[in-house]
Write a protein that binds this ligand. Sequence first.
Ligand code: NAD
Length: 398
Amino acid sequence: MTPPLTTATPVGVVGAGTMGRGIAQVAATFGHPVLLHDSNPQALEDARAFLERILRRLVEKGKLAPGQDAEILNRITLLSEGLEPLAACGLIIEAIVEDLAAKQTLFAQLERLVASDTILATNTSSLSVTAIASACQRPERVLGLHFFNPAPLMPLVEIVPGVATASEVVSRARSLVEAWGKTPVVARDTPGFIVNRVARPFYGEALRILEEGIADAPTIDWAMRTFGGFRMGPFELMDLIGNDINFRVTETLWKACFYEPRYRPSFTQQRMVEAGRLGRKAGIGFYDYREGATNPDPVTDPTLGKQIFQRILAMLINEAVDAVFWRIASPADIDRAMQLGVNYPKGLLHWADELGLPTVLGWLESLYDTYREDRYRPSPLFRQMINRNARFFEEADT
Ligand code: NAD
């Protein structure tokens, strides 16, 4: 039995961009010596300046004791040349460019350096963990550890075993992620894992409602906030994420799922990207953020609002139910992932239990009857569970 990873275990992080620097901060905060490597020396310098600033701010806010910022920073060694020093690491987390060939080359190089029980993890959002692991002689030591941005603040980590990953590697990684104060969920190695897959209808169905002319963006956002208790509506969120990024995630998932119609990207969003209306970062997206600009008020008709909310919620629940059907993750992990990864006010499967599966199935069947599109087909699990009079959680849990 391999000993558990402790705070004495050196942790390697490869890629010092948005994610790598955040993951390095987490590991160093929890006491690990951290080796942070990037092939671009400028990225390392930027990461160092960024971490200095962030940690200083945490001291100012009283979240770290005076001097703790320097202690954390001192635990992080920057490596710009050569991977060799990473040989000492018990865990290496890769956060380089999202490119399969680049990641495979790196994993093959790392494996030649490290000890036989070193865990190699990838932070990929959309590539197959199994394909990355296939570059290694011992793919059983490779898994996905999918952190969310910003890594120090977001509590969720999706743990993704590949086809060959050893269960011991999963349990060691899980214990470590928990020791870092994070909540791990385990997802099957399928496109989008849990969060990026199950969240798709929040954007896609909202865009569809807009495209059909049923309601405008402010009205759809109002409906989801008012009747669903979502912190932000879909268009506000797409503008925050960036339409370019949100569109790319949808397109990647749609292709990776062999052109599954539920994930088909929207022309409207594609045009927004082409027009440079990327959202907040561009000053304009679905809303106009420029100084002096005004945006239309929502049409606050409760009948319309409830219809919009029910349609989007039905599609979200269908996605979550289907993820259970295809054994992507357990119902508890799916609910946890959506609450912690994208701030949903309630777990979708708890919501399904609360509403009653026949009610949600009824909403989906009515959409399917209207459109006769595969996109609206209900997951087979609805009928299977209704026939057994089953629910996802015990009554007391809801
Ligand atoms: P980024 O572009 O901010 O940073 C990537 C860094 O990797 C750059 O500094 C680059 O110089 C470096 N790099 C590229 N190739 C390298 C190599 N071969 N060896 C060493 N360094 C190399 O990217 P990011 O947003 O931090 O994403 C990193 C990974 O995390 C990707 O796989 C991405 O899909 C995933 N991810 C991103 C987010 C997010 O919100 N940004 C969230 C979860 C997961």
